[in-house]
Design a protein around this ligand. Structure first.
Ligand code: IFM
Length: 656
């Protein structure tokens, strides 16, 4: 039971902004950071509506044809949590004690703050809150203010008001602060450029009351933020009861029990809690890299969804998985237009986006990551295999065919086979290369899947022959001397990075070195070839050699890296190493080991930590209707119990 409770004692970095992220509450539609009720200079309150963004023209010093045209930035809407308070006319308080208790089992947050006026009057501010999972446009609060050591007049005003977001913080390409003025007409708020509207209804409050020592006042508040101008009429208690019920069902389908390590148990539950909270449910939104917990990466959706998050949903919450994939279907027309704009057939999905249009202003590490096309197709394939929902795939076969058409046109035949040039693979410290192994492997899978699907549906069979042929002849580079798979045609010819003389404070490299310096060296930001080995069969000897070569060159500067190396280490039987990677991933945000949890959770890593347990330690695979497991438990974990849903049926699995 205790392992469902998260308190301040469980987190490594107790800064205001870090607490705001880790204890943020969300429901897939609405996300609210756990900011302080009485704001201080350090607070960065945040309320986000999934896929609600403002757009601005991207201004390039030097433009070129086909560059992304517009920024899309998730709007930080309102500060729903702060309160204006006066105690006997005084409005300046010192925070003398704070406790925050997240009950992940129920989806409720409990906070207590002791504040003090300059003349020693102490009061307690108690807060119970949740982002409702039954009515996704509602954020609910129950507040109690208690006079601890005085009798006096308490005056309070509580309203939702627009947050003014600070501009131009420290240099860090992973965040972008922009203030957004919304146009207000009655209860309707509209963005100026993207012309998206929301409707709000707040229980605002303005009260003045005399309290005797020990007395308190309490009230509940419901904030409705919706795309439509009608609102739920459920009461606070009704919403709370439903919340508890929904969370009970969530854990029934998705929980993992680990015996032998309480810290990791809490870590993995914390990760699953956030995964459940930030996934879009409406088919028109997706899962931002930072969920709905912060402004990092501007609320954009990346390949993170399909390759790191989707397996958790496919295996434990298939309905959510379907919504995430439906979002990709909804943006297919944008992907078709993008391929056309770039002069290619088929569809090319945006590397980072909210509305489906490319918003990466730096194409070498953005648009060039065309592997996203195959990643999305892979997500559809896995969904079909595990859920058995062939109708969904057949209805949306155009997406699979269009991604295959792109590969056929983008790649070309040479003496060596079917080659794919000028791409960037997952490793963002190596850009614009030929025949990135991961990309070619994934494109091959995409082409095979499209060909099989076409034959099954008896449609596009003529094209299917070409897809099949390209897949069959896909070129993969191999270094005879080292007997390793080449990450790409040029990687092994590059100069080694001087790791020995790179001090700790120079990591992540992206914040300290120009891309040209990084790209010309043998240095990886994140798993690349090894990710392909996590997904596809390969001989143990080959994986061993590739792992031994690429791992020491990997900085893990990306939070997407460790979990992949961890799963593959498990597959190689290197359970001690696998455990180390898994541990770092499972508690990455609890410890703030990447140093930027304040920008929002590292969602992909959270999904990856699920992969570490299920694909790694439990060795789970599902092929040809057969569930297979492999006991790869490290010695630190005595047993693990988990539930997955295969073809609509729940399976309970114990590994010990
Ligand atoms: O998609 C990732 C990418 O692989 C590494 N940089 C961060 C992105 C968002 O998480």
């Amino acid at each position: 039971m205790k392992d469902f409770i998260l308190t301040l004692d469980d987190i490594g970095n107790k800064s205001v902004q870090n607490i705001e992220t880790l204890f943020a509450q969300a429901n897939g539609t609405l996300g609210v950071r756990a900011s302080l009720p009485i704001r201080t200079g350090e607070s960065t309150p945040g309320t986000f509506l999934n896929a609600f963004y403002e757009s601005h023209d991207i201004v390039y010093g030097e433009n070129a044809y086909g560059y992304a045209k517009q920024h899309q930035t998730m709007v930080n809407l309102f500060d729903l949590r702060s309160i204006e308070l006066m105690i006997d006319g005084k409005s300046e308080f010192l925070l003398s004690d704070q406790s925050v208790v997240l009950d992940m089992e129920k989806g409720l947050l409990f906070e207590s703050y002791i504040y003090e006026t300059g003349d020693g009057k102490k009061f307690e501010y108690l807060l119970e809150s949740f982002a409702s999972h039954s009515e996704r446009s509602v954020y609910a609060q129950k507040i109690q203010i208690k006079a601890l050591n005085f009798s006096g007049v308490v005056k309070l005003v509580k309203k939702g008001r627009p947050v003014s977001v600070k501009k131009g913080e420290a240099f860090d390409p992973r965040i972008k602060n922009s203030s957004t003025e919304l146009i207000q007409e009655g209860n309707k708020y509209t963005t100026q450029n993207s012309r998206l509207s929301i409707y709000v209804k707040f229980d605002s409050l303005s009260e003045e009351r005399r309290l005797n020592e020990g007395e308190s006042i309490s009230f509940t508040q419901l904030y409705h933020i919706s795309r439509e101008n009608h609102f739920s009429s459920l009461s606070y208690d009704e919403l709370k009861n439903k919340q508890v019920e929904i969370f009970a069902n969530f854990w029934k389908s998705s929980d993992i029990e680990i015996e032998g390590n309480t810290r990791l148990q809490k870590g993995i539950r914390f990760n699953m809690y956030h995964l459940f909270n930030s996934a879009g449910r409406d088919g028109a939104s997706n899962f931002s890299a930072k969920g709905l917990t912060g402004e990092g990466y501007e609320g954009h959706y990346f390949w993170d969804t399909e390759m790191y998050l989707l397996p958790f949903f496919i295996y434990t919450q298939p309905e959510i998985a379907k919504s995430l994939l439906s979002y990709r279907v909804s943006i297919l027309p944008k992907a078709q237009a993008r391929a056309k704009e770039l002069g290619f057939q088929g569809a090319l999905f945006a590397w980072r986006t909210i509305n489906g249009e490319e918003t990466s202003a730096y194409y070498p590490a953005g648009t060039a990551q065309v592997h996203i096309n195959a990643d999305i197709a892979y997500g559809f394939e896995l969904f079909e295999k595990v859920t058995g929902d062939t109708d969904f795939i057949e209805e949306n076969s155009t997406l699979i065919f269009e991604t295959a058409r792109f590969w056929l046109d983008y790649g070309f035949y040479s003496k060596r086979g079917f080659e794919i040039h000028e791409v960037t693979g997952p490793d963002e410290y190596t850009a614009l290369v030929n025949n990135n192994y991961y990309t070619n492997k994934m494109a091959q899978n995409n082409l095979f899947y499209a060909a099989r699907l076409a034959n099954r549906l008896k449609s596009n069979e003529d094209e299917a022959k070409y897809w099949f042929n390209a897949a069959e002849n896909m070129y993969f580079g191999f270094d005879q001397e080292l007997q390793i798979i080449q990450q790409d045609d040029s990687f092994l010819t590059k100069e080694p990075w001087d790791f020995v003389n790179t001090p700790k404070e120079k990591y992540p490299l992206l914040l300290h070195y120009h891309p040209m310096k990084i790209y010309k060296h043998q240095v990886l930001k994140q798993a690349d070839t090894i990710l392909a080995h996590m997904l596809f069969d390969e001989s143990q000897e080959q994986v061993n050699r590739d792992f031994a070569f690429y791992e020491p060159l990997t900085t893990h500067d990306s939070s997407l890296s460790r979990t992949v190396y961890g799963v593959v280490a498990s597959k190689l039987g290197r359970s001690e190493l696998a455990y180390r990677f898994f541990k770092e991933a499972a508690i990455m945000d609890l410890e703030d080991s990447q140093g930027n949890a304040s920008h929002g959770i590292h969602a992909a890593n959270m999904g990856g930590s699920w992969l570490g347990l299920i694909y790694g330690f439990a060795g789970l695979s599902y092929e040809n209707g057969e569930i297979k497991t492999n006991n790869n438990l490290p010695k630190e974990i005595k047993s693990m119990k988990f539930t997955i849903t295969i073809q609509g049926e729940k399976k309970h699995i114990i590994i010990e």
